[in-house]
Design a protein around this ligand. Structure first.
Ligand SMILES: Cc1ncc(CO)c(N)n1
Length: 239
């Protein structure tokens, strides 16, 4: 088959595939973190899990306005109406997710009013805030959004695969992000990102346009770094 290549030499529709190959190590670092591996093999320290839970409650609160800002960008900039439906579905699910976090924190005796956001968490939330700026292109912001969701989907789905020894009391958490529906949602996001990136590389032919493709790749890598740092907070040796 004749593989069409565009200006930057990327096979059509395969930008994310290319990135995943190129940045395999860091991607695996984010999706197969020791915390996830310990959940999967049943050796997880519940103190680590609780530290992660408390910090993630704070993160998700910052993730909501980021998702809302993305909805606005999609409405203004997207070339495809169905993007809005996908994003609205995600936003609606976040309502349920926040309620779940409160309930889960109560179940584990994690007092949300007493959780102090760690430095990594604050930096990650600030990074999200920087992506909410109207200056940041829809394509760049949705790349970050997809990567954030995909890391959790791949991580927690791993804890549900055959042969995993995930403790029963953590199954609900793993199912939240590891369920097939969430997997389909992540695939829909990935398709949007691939479509947008393909367009961006075509647009680069035109003079005066910023290198959106490069910016999106940088944002993708930063998300992966933040995700690794975020899991690392569960060790409890950093403040
Ligand atoms: C840190 C982090 N990354 C991704 C997700 C998925 O929404 C989350 N809840 N928290």
């Amino acid at each position: 088959m004749d593989v069409k290549k565009n200006i930057v030499g990327v096979d059509r529709g395969e930008v994310i595939e290319t990135w995943l190959k190129k940045h395999r190590l860091i991607y695996t670092g984010a999706t197969r973190h020791p915390l996830i591996l310990s959940i999967r093999d049943g050796t997880v320290h519940l103190s680590s899990f609780k530290r992660w839970l408390g910090q993630d409650c704070i993160f998700v609160r910052a993730f909501v306005p980021f998702a809302a800002s993305l909805l606005i960008k999609a409405w203004k900039e997207s070339d495809n109406r169905s993007d809005l439906d996908v994003l609205l579905g995600g936003l609606a699910a976040l309502n349920d997710e926040i309620a779940w976090f409160k309930q889960e924190a109560a179940k584990w005796g994690v007092l949300l009013s007493e959780i102090v956001p760690q430095k990594t968490n604050e930096e990650y939330c600030r990074f999200l805030e920087s992506l909410m700026s109207p200056e940041v292109e829809y394509t760049v912001a949705i790349t970050a959004y997809w990567a954030i969701e995909a890391v959790y989907q791949e991580s927690f789905a791993h804890c549900l695969e055959d042969g995993s020894k995930t403790p029963p009391e953590l199954l609900e958490t793993c199912q939240r992000w590891g369920n097939p529906g969430f997997g389909q949602y992540c695939s829909a996001l990935r398709n949007i990102v691939n479509r947008r990136l393909e367009r961006a590389s075509d647009d680069q032919l035109k003079e005066g346009l910023d290198d959106v493709l490069k910016k999106a790749e940088v944002v993708f890598l930063r998300v992966l770094e933040y995700e690794v740092d975020f899991w690392n907070m569960s060790r409890g040796d950093s403040l």
